[in-house]
Write a protein that binds this ligand. Structure first.
Ligand code: AOF
Ligand code: ZN
Length: 360
């Protein structure tokens, strides 16, 4: 690792401190280096707060005259809610800007370089670029597509099975993979499962790590509102301390009496304006109607197959375990060809692995 990479890697580490907390804005970290030493650090803490560069500049205890700033994302260059970071950098006396990756936000994309160079500041772009881009998969999608990044998550055996039998929960992955999933659940503002998985697994969909148990928004995809037939108090998502974060998603065909019943029980409902047969449109609308920058859908063969058939997923987390289910009634993840992960990232989570990446 050379010096540029070392300082950019620190900027990434700082950005990471706000993991899942900056939506819909990006995670960004910055360090200011003078004479080979870090003299100030900053990161973007949450949406609407000061940007990483300004936080770093504000924490300076000595003059940055002639210093270099390393920033994981191209500085913004027009006045948003907090003032252009290019202005703050120029005013500070910093002489060089090292950028991890360009900003995909059309309002800023690539513009900082010209502005900074015109002010006599040297720019270098593309240090740890892959890592810097990978940090903001959600922001990168949402700022350009204006709909939620829909990620599918599934865990399969070495021979491609997600359950030993339909409707029966099967433990497939081990501790390291579970931890990895918790980390990504914390990144996604919304987690979803289908009605089948709700019945089979009674999942909590919460984030459980060293800091205890937490939850982001939870969505139950139940187009016909079959949830109305359940004793809700038996299901964690409707009865635990995060129950107010649960919403059931249905469409226009859902029986009125089911809707009224669930509402009378205090269950939040999101009705997508599609009919049963409009499967593709359902996923497209969901990505807008949830009003979130991203959603992770944890399948369920039925849901995974519907998403795959409709080409509705943007991203996949595919966990592969050491195990094999040999029985003939073991369940495949998809009843259709599995979507193909482009430029996959492979992470070793012994004894399992995760392969993740964009699908389109
Ligand atoms: C951040 N934090 O550290 C950087 C960002 O709405 P605003 O004014 O906060 O501007 C948000 C845009 O600024 C965002 O979409 C991205 O393009 C750019 N950079 N944003 O929230 C940061 N450097
Ligand atoms: Zn900025």
């Amino acid at each position: 690792m050379n010096c540029d990479e070392k300082f950019m890697s620190r900027a990434l580490e700082l950005a990471h401190l706000a993991w899942g907390k900056t939506h819909p804005n990006p995670m960004v970290g910055a360090v200011i280096v003078k004479g080979g030493k870090i003299i100030a650090e900053g990161y973007h803490k949450k949406d609407g707060d000061l940007h990483a560069e300004r936080n770093a500049i504000n924490s300076l205890t000595q003059s940055p005259e002639g210093a270099t700033i390393y920033v994981s994302l191209e500085p913004c260059s027009t006045k948003g809610r907090t003032g252009a970071c290019t202005d703050a950098i120029i005013a500070s006396g910093i002489k060089k800007v090292v950028i991890g990756t360009l900003d995909p936000n059309p309002a800023h994309a690539g513009k900082a370089i010209g502005i900074l160079e015109n002010a006599g500041i040297e720019c270098k772009v593309g240090i740890l670029e892959k890592e810097c881009r990978d940090l903001n998969i959600i922001f990168n999608h949402f700022i350009t597509e204006k709909n939620a990044l829909l990620a599918i998550k599934y865990a399969q055996t070495k021979n491609g099975k997600i359950a030993e039998k339909r409707g029966i929960p099967s433990q497939i992955t081990s501790e390291a993979a579970r931890k990895h999933l918790m980390h990504y659940r914390a990144l996604f503002p919304a987690i979803a499962v289908g009605f089948g998985t709700l019945l089979a697994d009674n999942p909590s969909l919460t984030i459980r790590d060293e800091s205890g148990e937490n939850s982001n928004l939870r969505f139950i995809l139940d187009r016909n509102l079959n949830c109305a037939k359940l004793n809700l108090s038996n299901y964690k998502v409707f009865s635990d301390k995060f129950k107010d974060l649960t919403t059931v998603v249905c469409d226009l065909g859902a029986p009125r009496e089911n809707l009224e019943f669930l509402k009378s029980k205090g269950v939040k409902i999101l009705q997508i304006k599609t009919r049963r047969e409009e499967e593709k449109l359902f996923w497209q609308n969901l990505k807008i109607d949830i009003k979130q920058p991203a959603i992770m859908v944890e399948g369920g063969a039925k849901i995974l197959t519907s998403i795959a058939r409709c080409n509705a997923a943007d991203y996949a987390f595919k966990y592969i375990a050491e195990k094999v289910f040999e029985n003939t009634d073991a369940l495949d993840a998809f009843d259709c060809p599995a979507p193909e992960i482009k430029n996959p990232v492979l992470e070793k989570l012994p004894p399992d692995i995760c392969i993740r990446g964009f699908l389109q």
